[in-house]
Ligand binder design. Sequence first.
Ligand code: NAP
Ligand code: MG
Length: 520
Amino acid sequence: MLQTLKLDTFTNEPNTDFSKDREVQALKEAILSFRQELGKDYPVIIGGEKIYTEEKITSINPGKTDEIIGYMSKVDREMAETAIQTATNTFGTWKQVRPEKRADYLFKAADLMRKKRHEFSAVLILEAGKNYEEADAEVSEAIDFMEYYGRSMIQLEEDTHYVKRIPAETNRLTYIPLGVGFIVPPWNFPLAICTGLTVSAVVTGNTTLLKPASVTPIIAYKFVELMEEIGLPKGVINFIPGDSSIMGDYITGHPLTRFISFTGSKDVGLHINELAGKTAKGQKWIKRVNAEMGGKDGIVIDETADLDAAAKSIVSSAFSFQGQKCSAGSRAIIVESVYDELIQKVILLASELKLGNGEENYCVGPVIDQKAFNTILNYIEIGKKEAKLVLGGVTGSEEGYYIQPTIFIDAEPNSTIMQEEIFGPVLTIAKAKDWEEAIEIYNNTEYGLTGGFFSSNEERINQAIERMYCGNLYINRNVTGALVGVHPFGGFNLSGTDSKAGSYDYLKLFSQGKLHTIQH
Ligand code: NAP
Ligand code: MG
């Protein structure tokens, strides 16, 4: 029996309570058990066939760089071509599978991931450098995407989409799939975003080519393996790790690619968007690109705000997962009259954050790789010239890519560290004369993803809601941690196409509306 669940039965997956010893123990056992698998070879999967290639991507533990997580096989152009042909052929059958049956695969996968949640967390901890809470919350989010999009599909199918009634005709608008989607997730939520981007396309009846981020391919493989385990037909998800500049561009530009679901940096998103805009020979459609990109998110604090609450939110928004979230509050803009007082509170809280391995559940862990490590340190050097360093600015243990939580104050609105996404544990603070100027400084960016406003003044809060230009605005709380179905997520300007992941509208991005009219 298929479960035809409605959207109103959706609830967010609860996170694990790590104050309970047995939960900590269970996770530690899962880490130990995954340690037994370290250094294994993993295959590419095309049409259900597992292929081990000679050339491999080496995935390492960013917290202990001499530890190899696994070797991932890589597709070249020829295999990419096979994958796209396979996905195209499979689309012919998959699109005919009933929506509620497609949704049922997602519900089954969610159930199984729930059972294996610590196994998934263990991989996230070792491969991406997450701590327990961050890894666990990511697993919850992945489960949420499956439960939510499964229900959204059923609802989308059942809803009577508004068309005006006229005599002598029946008109109905339905949503049908697009075709083959190229799915490109980032490494910072290498399970949740990978799951969300893939299952949204799949549940709407499309087939996919999934290219994981090259620093986190093993967790993506675990997701694909799970989908295989619950019996998703072969060829619906084709798993194709590889060199993005070679086979990535090949697939983006391919005439059989119908849409691209990308989440990652601004530069890559714009590149994909541009390439997808060229019509290839034999291409029969305009490619659709959903690109969710970077951010230079910030929190504005006025003099009526609860400063202790603001300090906590600033610190957790800036430094959770080492600031490597698109939603990270990397800027704080504070009004003059409470500037010094609030800065002291922020520095105090941030200086208490302990830096170390995710495996031992340190608050702040390693950044993802050597490249990120170098880039962040370079921004810290720029920051030292542009503003005043008041905390951190130095590296941690040489075992991994550790950087101390770093804070700059007195930054100018147009300075590099106020404008560019650093994507690491670096917070930049600027002073404003009043709340209105603070909002102007907040808006002075090419991005527009998350924003925060701390105030107890209702009129100003209403003004902030109107004036702060971003996809996700949070009043008197952190700017990270969007919940599926509760806080639909996506940004403005060069933060992306505002596709609003985790909303009911989302699935329409992977569908096209078909109207049929029956004359009586
Ligand atoms: P990235 O470097 O842009 O990579 C993202 C993905 O794109 C990776 O899978 C990457 O593969 C792939 N890629 C690179 N070049 C490509 C090409 N020419 N064709 C096809 N794919 C290509 O971003 P990242 O460093 O993984 O992630 C961090 C960024 O993502 C930050 O800017 C962050 O703000 C943003 N982000 C945004 C959101 C959001 O919802 N707005 C959410 C999370 C993260 P390789 O790994 O093989 O290069
Ligand atoms: Mg790694």
